[in-house]
Design a protein around this ligand. Structure first.
Ligand code: DAU
Length: 410
């Protein structure tokens, strides 16, 4: 099977790719990722050949590129990075990058998949295309090359959506629309699997939501995800597109970008900084280990009934403050680091999912051991300081966001 996986350099997308490539030796993956602040090639370390990255030329200013000549036939499409957009350039430092014109993307992908590679290391099963899901021409070039689409591409951080909803509407709503339009034209496409979220249901005051409950999103992030979720459904009902929609609860695990609750608290505790707890800290989230999420998505890709929505729950509902205290205990840090701050506006008090459907219909089990998965996650951040320290030190966008957002919470 050939997959197009959008947002594959992010936290859940990259975990899914690693799971897939390990499990399914016949699968090949084309990643489409715009390498925003939250994406990283390091998330796919060990799976990436150095010449498997394609960064198509489109911008006027990129026309006069210097071609590195090394005597190989590939040289004309592999160039140095000086021409790349600054943010992407930084993230692609030390990589060799293919720079085809739009129409040649298929050639480069075939070369990567067909090998022998530039370095003679043999074919790869992973090709990374740097670009946006909002780019119609790029997306329409990629769709015919795959049997399955899994759409992880999204802006995902609620706090950022409160400060600046713009990117959320663009990527989450318009980007999904662009993908759907291209998918609609692809008769051979087996399935379009869209990753939505439990946040579309809104606050779970009394019960746990099942897939037939109405949606009621309450912040710009969840509203944009709800729009995309229903757009995907509409393409099934209107055009017969073979789809599944996946609504997972709060994910955690290694490689999660340090803006979400668990990595923020681990890193602040490790640095003996105060831990900003919104409001009274008694909001409830259902914690789902990322390893369980990707297993469930794989089940849905292969066995999910076309047109259906599937919830994925962790069955680990905890008050935020309980999770934070557990992190402090594991790290041997004092509770005096806890700092109750001004609440997030429109803060959903509780998320809760009924996931009987995926468990009974598809046999999903889940590891269901929050405490040990949390311990492993904490240990990963302890052992992989280099991964997150780089973000803290070098990502100006990250520093700006953290300073501004938490300054307003004092
Ligand atoms: O429920 C699934 C969703 O979970 C995903 O769709 C979203 O992409 C993801 O961002 C997440 O949304 P949350 O808002 O629940 O996650 P976050 O990690 O931002 O916050 C979890 C809880 O912790 C929430 O009640 C807010 C609180 N919190 C968070 C941060 C970052 C704090 O009290 N302090 C903090 O500094």
């Amino acid at each position: 099977m050939d997959y197009l996986i959008t947002g594959g350099l992010g936290f859940i997308g990259s975990t899914f790719i690693k799971y897939l490539l390990n499990k399914d030796v016949d699968s090949r993956v084309i990643v489409l990722d715009s390498l925003t602040y939250a994406g990283s090639l390091e998330n796919l370390q060990g799976f990436l050949n150095q010449d498997s990255i394609i960064y198509p030329q489109r911008h006027e200013e990129l026309k006069n590129i210097v071609v590195h000549s090394n005597g190989s036939g590939l040289a004309k499409s592999i160039v140095g990075l000086a021409e790349c957009d600054k943010r992407i350039e930084k993230k692609l430092a030390n990589c060799i990058v293919r720079r085809p014109h739009d129409g040649n993307i298929a050639d480069d992908i075939n070369e990567i998949f067909g090998g022998p590679s530039y370095y003679g290391r043999g074919a790869s099963r992973l090709a990374i295309v740097i670009g946006s899901v909002c780019d119609r021409s790029l997306v329409s070039n990629l769709l015919p090359m795959c049997d399955l689409v899994v759409n992880f591409a999204a802006e995902t951080h609620v706090d950022r959506s409160i400060m600046n909803p713009d990117e959320f509407i663009k990527t989450d709503v318009y980007g999904t629309y662009v993908l759907l339009e291209a998918a609609k034209k692809q008769d051979t496409l087996k399935k379009f699997v869209h990753i939505s979220t439990d946040e579309v249901y809104g606050v779970a005051t009394e019960k746990s939501f099942s897939e037939i409950d109405p949606i009621s999103p309450r912040n710009p992030y969840s509203a944009s995800k709800a729009a995309a979720d229903r757009l995907v459904y509409s393409y099934n009902q209107t055009y017969g597109l073979p789809i599944n929609i996946v609504r997972p609860s709060n994910n955690f695990g290694p490689n999660q970008y340090p803006e979400k609750l668990i990595p923020v608290m681990i890193i602040k505790a490790l640095n003996d900084e105060r831990l900003p707890v919104y409001g009274d800290g008694k909001q409830i989230r259902d914690w789902l280990f990322v390893g369980d999420t990707v297993e469930a998505i794989d089940l849905i890709v292969h066995n999910g009934t076309i047109g259906e929505v599937y919830n994925i729950a962790g069955r680990n509902e905890r008050e935020n403050i309980m999770v934070i205290k557990e992190i402090l205990t594991r790290l041997g840090k004092p509770e005096t680091l806890i700092n109750y701050v001004k609440d997030r506006p429109g803060h959903d008090r509780r998320y809760s999912l009924d996931d009987s459907k995926i468990r009974f219909q598809l046999g999903f089990k889940g590891s269901n051991s929050f405490e040990s998965n949390l311990r492993d996650t904490i240990d990963w951040y302890v052992q992989n300081r280099k991964w997150w320290q780089k973000i803290l030190d070098e990502d100006i966008e990250y520093r700006k966001f953290m300073e501004q957002w938490y300054k307003d919470r004092k």
